[in-house]
Design a protein around this ligand. Structure first.
Ligand code: PEP
Ligand code: MG
Length: 552
């Protein structure tokens, strides 16, 4: 990238579709300036303690508000990050160390925060696991928040970006995305962010066109230049010439026309050219998602992420509380099939009431069903709530992070036991999430215990390529639309041709891959609400059968 006043066309990785134009706004630091460290006298120590306590409790409250807002408006998985920040901020050994720093070195609270948090950050950064290193980033985030609070700074820099700009930032942290919710920005350009990252999920959920993969974005992207962003193709044109403007405008008009058409047919079924009816369902986390999805033509809920019912609680919900929460979230989908995914939580997403389970490699540790097997009480509570819900909804159960056949047989047995106690036959169908290569390759064994399979391509990619979906350093390895993934889908279909297959990972929302997914045997797609009309229309223009078998 350079800034010579010439037209530039840059290719990145499209992570959220759409076309937009605007003035580039390069945001160097998403976090505010901080005050300089100051020495203090012995008699000021108490005063600094109390300033620190006030700032800590203010930030803690802010984090709670942020988590609630993100949970409601964006996504429960993003909200988890703020819960984790809150836990770190209130860690007693950290607070002790801060006080000690003030007393021993007679420095003000801000200086103590800077020194101690840097020490902690370094400790985390030296650790081998990515999760631990991410905690280093988290420490920096909290440190700057705390020092900003001590300096009386309340404005987040993203609150001050110009309307309708094309935002260029190194990466979008979960805390940054909150400030973008409801802001009229045109598009975002990033240095880091894979298709399965939180930033991508946020952008798609908000319908924000977004491209990542621009090296040295902060120094190379020309601030103030006009940009045309084609996030369908991953191309940004900087300082376009007249002819490029005209072509782009036509593309925008065509796309708007296509969208209006898709929207007008959104409530009709999605039938392929060879007459196969495909179900298009929605991924939801809160009631607003379900409402939006149903009005956009969703035929039910294909993935209800249950995590948010658990986060931010000091005690786990009982089955009645869970039932209330489920009822509320799914209300708009009454009468349609809904698939509740059992709690998919692990040691990198700690639950406040279970304590921190230290693991060196948490993505490969106790996640999803592995965690529930260790805490069977949690599993039973969820299944009880689902059985109650079955009286009002056409509800089914998804088991997350399955690796072994017994990961699903334990759930089936637990469900059978609960039904026996109630003297009913199981009213719900049971499905396994296929998110690990081992599960894909063991489909024939797994289906002995379940009624259907649902691919989670976000995790399937992470585990197939051994590339953390949130780690910018290995983004290049995270290839969720590669032959490797399609082969795993096709192989599974060939192994269990009569078992219903659905896909609820982000890959399901990318129109260009729909024909190939249909040919891999996928017959149900579950996607973010804004994408439903376009995916339905794409299905209508696709074939299920392979080209050689078609009767044209
Ligand atoms: C997936 O892994 O593709 C999936 C749908 O689950 P999540 O993104 O919630 O991990
Ligand atoms: Mg998953």
């Amino acid at each position: 990238m350079s800034d010579k006043g010439l037209t530039l066309m840059l290719q990145g990785t499209p992570i959220s579709p759409g076309l937009a134009q605007g003035i580039i706004h390069v945001q160097h630091s998403l976090l505010g300036p901080i005050d300089a460290p100051v020495d203090i006298q012995q008699n000021n120590v108490e005063e600094e303690f109390s300033r620190l306590d006030v700032a800590t409790s203010r930030i803690s409250d802010d984090l709670f508000v942020l988590a609630t807002r993100v949970e409601k408006e964006i996504d429960s998985r993003l909200a988890e990050v703020f819960g984790a920040h809150q836990l770190m901020l209130n860690d007693s050994s950290l607070r002790e160390e801060l006080r000690k720093e003030i007393v021993d070195n007679l420095v003000n609270a801000s200086s103590a925060v800077k020194t101690v948090f840097l020490r902690w950050e370094k400790r985390f950064l030296l650790m081998e696991s990515q999760i631990a290193r991410d905690k280093g980033d988290d420490m920096r985030d909290i440190s700057i928040r705390l020092r900003s609070a001590l300096a009386g700074i309340t404005v987040h820099p993203l609150d001050e970006i110009p309307d309708d700009c094309v935002l260029a930032v190194s990466r979008l942290l979960p805390s940054d995305t909150v400030f973008l919710t409801g802001r009229p920005i045109s598009a975002a350009l990033l240095e880091y962010g894979s298709t399965g990252s939180h930033a991508a999920l946020f952008a798609r959920q908000m319908g924000l066109p977004c491209i990542s993969g621009f090296v040295d974005i902060l120094t190379g992207m020309p601030h103030g230049a006009v940009a045309l962003v084609d996030a369908d193709a991953g191309i940004v044109t900087i300082r376009p010439r007249e002819k490029q403007n005209v072509i782009f405008k036509k593309k925008v008009a065509d796309k708007e026309h296509e969208y209006r058409l898709a929207r007008s047919r959104a409530l009709d079924s999605a039938v392929t050219k060879d007459g196969v009816t495909i179900s298009v369902l929605a991924n939801v986390g809160c009631s607003a998602d379900t409402e939006k999805a149903m009005s956009n033509g969703a035929e039910g809920v294909g993935l209800y992420r249950l995590e948010q019912a658990y986060l931010g609680r000091v005690v786990p919900p009982n089955s009645d509380e869970l039932l209330d929460e489920m009822r509320q979230t799914l209300d708009a989908a009454r009468g349609c099939p809904v698939y509740v995914r059992l709690l998919d939580i692990g040691s990198d997403k700690p639950l406040p009431f279970i304590g921190f389970l230290a693991e060196t490699n948490p993505s490969l540790g106790r996640r999803g069903i592995r965690f529930l097997r260790e805490y069977p009480g949690l599993l039973k509570t969820q299944l009880r709530a689902v059985l109650e819900l079955a009286g009002e909804f056409d509800v089914h159960v998804l088991v997350p992070m399955v690796t072994l056949p017994d990961d699903v047989s334990v759930v089936k047995e637990c469900l059978a036991q609960l039904c026996l106690e109630r003297q009913i036959s199981p009213p719900t169908r049971l499905g396994a999430m296929i998110e690990t290569p081992a599960a894909a390759l063991a489909a024939q064994e797994i289906v002995k215990h379940v009624d259907f399979l649902s691919f989670g391509s976000n995790d399937l990619t992470q585990y197939a390529f051994a590339a953390d979906r949130e780690n910018a350093a290995v983004e290049h390895y995270y290839k969720d639309a590669s032959d490797v993934i399609f082969r795993l889908l096709k192989l599974t279909h060939d192994d269990v041709p009569d078992v219903p297959l659905s896909l609820c990972g982000e890959l399901a929302g990318r129109p260009e891959h729909i024909p190939r997914l249909l040919q891999c045997g996928i017959r149900t797609f579950s996607i973010a609400a804004p994408l439903i009309p376009v995916i339905k229309e794409t299905i209508r223009n696709s074939w299920c059968s392979a080209p050689l078998k078609r009767k044209q």
